[in-house]
Design a protein around this ligand. Sequence first.
Ligand code: ATP
Length: 259
Amino acid sequence: MSDHETVPAEVDHEEEIPEDHPRYQDLLTRHRIEAGVEKGITHLQGMHAEGRGSAFDYLLGEETIPSAAAAERAAAARLLLADEPVLSINGNVAALVPGEMVQLAAAVDADLEVNLFNRTPERIDAIVDHLAEHGAEDVKGIEADARIPNLDHKRAKVDSDGIYAADVVVVPLEDGDRAEALEAMGKTEIVIDLNPLSRSPQVAEIPIVDNIIRAVPNMTEHARELEGETESTLQAIVEEFDRDEALEAAEQRIRSGRL
Ligand code: ATP
């Protein structure tokens, strides 16, 4: 039996997961979601979302496929062009990539807003604290003084100077109803979701079919590299990206089972 088969079923710290384990990323992701649930950041249902994502990621070969890399570059360009970009944070996002979201927000000058499907004041506070521990200075979503039209009350809550006013919103692992309602408001949506058939990537101007733990650092890297480019260069990058082709490429990769 090789060493990596002896990973304990329960690890207390992610450092206990051997980096050379063939399923390292998956084990790390699972551990972070479990830790998020224990910390009161992630709802138990987040585990199911994680399981669904993990299955799609396995079929994608657990790597950023070329169409996702193009989407991540276009997303970075679109964020740099935005007037009021906002990055939406839910319980899974906060558990998986807190520091990485803070870095992306800094790279594209965006706000962070906590936006939960299962909203409670305790979870909002826990997530805001968690983001602060990872370097966030100002997090929106506490006030929740505006509503997204055509959504039930709890899920519709947003900040009037955050998502409500934003022109471009990054919505990772978002539920389909809210993604559709944001689209109906005229928002430009950048969706990160491992399932290309889910409604959220289907309504996104830029769907990124990749694991959020790879997608967000990639977007930040692109944003840093593209910073200082002219508006027309950024515009050309956005226009060059073909959302339908990208969704099709991801679905093909998943269905073909070529690993
Ligand atoms: P819809 O309402 O759009 O049909 P759904 O019911 O499939 O969505 P959920 O079960 O809420 O949505 O799951 C959230 C989505 O997040 C899933 O499509 C899943 O593939 C995706 N997902 C889960 N974990 C990750 C991850 N680490 N990176 C990217 N996407 C993920």
